[in-house]
Design a protein around this ligand. Structure first.
Ligand code: DUR
Length: 143
């Protein structure tokens, strides 16, 4: 998609990062996703004392959009307040692959107004997608 408002996504992701609950890592992350409806949804990372209960900003943004009725997305923007631009973690790449086309742009920005953009397929080549489930030959006992 060519008519993506990157500035709006950057600003929304930055605002979301300001709500991050990251007392353990001190690594605030904000994410904005652009749904095919044209609406932008945001999420921040929400950490947990168990550490393993932590949920990344990407998955919280996608979850907020899903509960609003969205199912398809055109772009994702990560914001972290550091010079090194941050791509989504592996678990989040898998969740992004559930709802974004392989060529969808996944971008990262920072407080220096820099942006780096990847396609989803660059970040997660040969993704496991729902089509594999449909092609399964079921074995007795596994139904
Ligand atoms: O793409 C990423 C990478 C990390 N985090 C969060 C998880 C944890 O709270 C902190 C450090 O990993 O950053 C995200 O939200 N998104």
């Amino acid at each position: 998609m060519s008519n993506i408002n990157w500035a709006a996504l950057q600003l929304a992701a930055k605002h979301a990062s300001e709500q991050a609950y990251a007392p353990y890592s001190k690594f605030p992350v904000g994410v904005a996703v652009l749904a095919q409806s044209g609406k932008i949804y945001t999420g921040c990372n929400v950490e947990n004392a168990s550490y393993g209960g932590t949920v990344c900003a990407e998955r919280n943004a996608i979850g907020a959009a899903i509960v609003a009725g969205e199912r398809k997305f055109d772009a994702l923007m990560v914001y972290t307040p550091q010079a090194q631009l941050t791509p989504p973690c592996g678990i989040c790449r898998q969740v992004i692959a559930e709802f974004f086309m392989p060529d969808a742009p996944v971008a990262s920005c920072n407080h220096l107004q820099q942006q780096q953009t990847w396609s989803l397929v660059e970040l997660l080549p040969a993704a496991f997608t729902p089509t594999y489930l449909a092609n399964s030959t079921k074995v007795d006992g596994n139904t």
